[in-house]
Design a protein around this ligand. Structure first.
Ligand code: NAP
Length: 276
């Protein structure tokens, strides 16, 4: 088994994820795994970074596929005995002009952004080593979508006692409510991406709380963040930040020094804790 520290970035064949891998290759003292659901796209991205003189490693990972997540888990457990840095970056968004019916957009978006990210956490968080760092890439859109929820939902999503099971129930309820076309009457905002990212931010708050309760002595720090508005296939060419600039906050959280005890369980944007 290798004693080399290891960092893993989900959805890193392009966009912000690729830029996070680039920065970690330069700054993280260990092995850095670029992962992609498509091995061809993943290997092409590895080759691109190799051209820049960097040495990322590759592993397949489709966060929609539990078998794929478990294969990565088993590989990391066997080769490294755990994980030092996990960046949950993989995500999707339908374009504004996409005509796919809203209930399908809701189901598909929640499936990857919330349920896929949660499945990665369920399988990989138990492998986090002491002083490990976990970064869940959410979005400022989670904050604006929270503001668009009913008072009752806002209270639930801001609660310091909400459980993961309750959050899962609420995310499922959103999808069901869209199918019955009652989601707005039930207090939801009209954005599937926004609700999926509420799920990512609240999940991060819950997971940080659980780490405090169960693994306090391990000094693991886990946060959600927004990368900013970044020029990628998702956000388009008008966005204000380059992918490397978008990587800055996730990488800052991934490399918090071992003597840091904060931020933890926070929503962070531009390296600054934001109120939730
Ligand atoms: P992007 O360029 O579209 O890249 C998304 C990445 O996620 C791609 O590598 C994609 O792989 C991967 N992915 C999607 N579904 C996956 C799955 N099931 N399993 C594994 N990988 C999967 O988007 P981006 O702008 O870099 O976004 C990265 C993260 O930042 C997302 O979570 C996004 O919501 C968040 N974010 C972005 C912005 C922005 O302005 N760009 C703002 C706030 C938050 P494929 O190439 O195979 O599709």
């Amino acid at each position: 088994m290798s004693n080399v520290p290891v960092a893993v970035v989900t959805g890193s064949n392009k966009g912000i994820g690729l830029a996070i891998v680039r920065a970690l290759c330069k700054q993280f003292p260990g092995d850095v795994y670029l992962t992609s659901r498509d091995p061809g796209r993943g290997q092409a991205a590895v080759a691109q970074l190799q051209q820049e003189g960097l040495k990322p490693l590759f592993h397949q990972l489709d966060i929609d596929d539990l078998q794929s997540i478990r294969a990565l888990r088993d590989f990391l457990k066997e080769k490294y005995g755990g994980i030092n840095v996990l960046v949950n970056n993989a995500g999707i968004a339908f374009k504004v002009q996409d005509t796919t019916p809203f209930p399908i957009q809701a189901e598909v978006t929640l499936k990857t952004n919330f349920f896929g990210t949660r499945n990665v956490c369920t399988e990989l968080l138990p492998l986090m080593k002491p002083y490990g760092r976990v970064v869940n890439v959410s979005s400022m859109v989670s904050s604006s979508a929270l503001g668009g929820c009913s008072q009752e939902l806002q209270q639930k999503f801001r609660s310091d006692t909400i459980t993961e099971e309750e959050l899962v129930q609420l995310m499922n309820k959103f999808v069901e409510d869209t199918k019955k076309n009652v989601h707005q009457k039930e207090g939801w905002p009209n954005t599937a991406y926004g609700v999926s990212k509420i799920g990512v931010t609240v999940l991060s708050r819950i997971q940080a709380r659980l780490l405090n309760e169960n693994r306090k002595g391990d000094h693991i720090l886990l946060n959600a963040c927004c990368p900013g508005w970044v020029r990628t296939d998702m956000a388009g060419p008008q966005a204000t930040k380059s992918p490397d600039e978008g990587a800055e906050t996730p990488v800052y959280l991934a490399l918090l020094p071992s003597n840091a005890d904060a931020p933890h369980g926070q929503f962070v944007s531009n390296k600054t804790v934001k109120p939730w």
